[in-house]
Design a protein around this ligand. Structure first.
Ligand code: COA
Length: 280
């Protein structure tokens, strides 16, 4: 597999100089790489999640990889006081917030009848209420900077994937928030978009959700022939926050190698690469 280029190989360095990005779930996985890419291009960053110990390690790693400024603030996005404190700390440290990434999410595989009432509620509280809480807390600062928001979503609900009704329905609501807020915040110069990553290897999400698949099965179902890497998502993050996307709002960009669209009943991809010569 050809290496996925780094964002600095495609976008100009320092396009986000003087800007500040606040990211929930930024201590690991996809959101870590999204945030690191923003810092690589000159932004200062605040990463938040529940465990300060893990966050501090992530912040130190990001600082040493980029030479940039990164602040770690412990916050549970379900708690309004926590997110308000995270916003306050961001302003105290860096004076502004230009970009918000709502990345904190919960997920696991569970048939809905076997899931506890609290399990369903917990995922909705993290994904939907958490996205609302942090955005509400940061909105005045985003308006002041004419900033931009990315809500991290998922394609789970496009096809009704089994055992994912809690997360899929939560992400459907997140996509709705993206559209509502794009309309409400557009007149203030704030753009609101989403990114829906497909299967990205080496993440907490895939280690939990890929369990039901055999080795190689995920790749064989993806039209572009490979799982994603976190840099694939960072590329889209930098694009959507950059001025190249200045007229894009309310859009959720699917970044999945075409994965969700493949509902093929034939042996894919061999049937596509060697199609039958006679009429089916
Ligand atoms: N299967 C079924 N139910 C589960 C579960 C699982 N794998 N993990 C948690 N739950 C249930 C718990 O049993 C609990 O319900 P109960 O009180 O009725 O027993 C409820 O969910 C809350 O779990 P708890 O561990 O108390 O909550 P928490 O606040 O620590 O949050 C999650 C747990 C949901 C965040 C965590 O399980 C999780 O999903 N972490 C992974 C995050 C992740 O993968 N992010 C990437 C998203 S793609």
């Amino acid at each position: 597999m050809a290496a996925v280029p780094k964002t600095t190989e495609i976008f100009k360095e320092n396009i986000f100089a003087g800007k500040v990005v606040l990211c929930s779930g930024g201590g690991s996985g996809i959101c870590y790489t999204m945030t690191e890419a923003m810092v690589q291009h000159g932004a200062k960053a605040v990463i938040i999640s529940r465990s300060l110990e893990k966050l501090e390690k992530a912040a130190a790693k990001m600082r040493s990889a980029t030479g940039g400024q990164v602040l770690a603030v412990a916050a549970d996005v379900r708690k309004p006081a926590d997110v308000e404190n995270a916003v306050k700390k961001s302003i105290e440290a860096f004076g502004r917030i230009d970009f918000l990434i709502n990345g904190a999410a919960g997920n696991f595989l569970a048939p809905f009848e076997k899931m506890s009432y609290n399990a369903f509620k917990t995922v909705h509280e993290i994904d939907v209420q958490g996205t609302f809480n942090l955005t509400k807390a940061a909105s005045e600062h985003l308006k002041a900077s004419k900033g931009s928001i990315i809500n991290v979503s998922a394609t789970l609900y496009y096809t009704g994937l089994p055992f994912q009704s809690h997360a899929g329905s939560a992400k459907a609501a997140v996509d709705a928030l993206t559209k509502h807020w794009a309309v409400e915040l557009g007149p203030f110069g704030v753009r609101v978009n989403g990114i829906s990553p497909g299967p990205v290897g080496d993440t907490e999400g895939m280690s939990r959700l890929g369990k039901l698949r055999k080795a190689g099965e995920t790749e064989s179902r993806i039209p572009l022939g490979r799982q994603g890497v976190t840099m694939d998502i960072a590329q889209s993050c930098v694009f959507l926050f950059s001025d190249a996307a200045a007229w894009i709002t309310g859009h959720t960009l699917v970044v999945d190698g075409g994965a969700w669209m493949n509902t093929s009943f034939v042996d894919y991809p061999s049937a596509v690469l060697s199609p039958p010569t006679s009429r089916l």
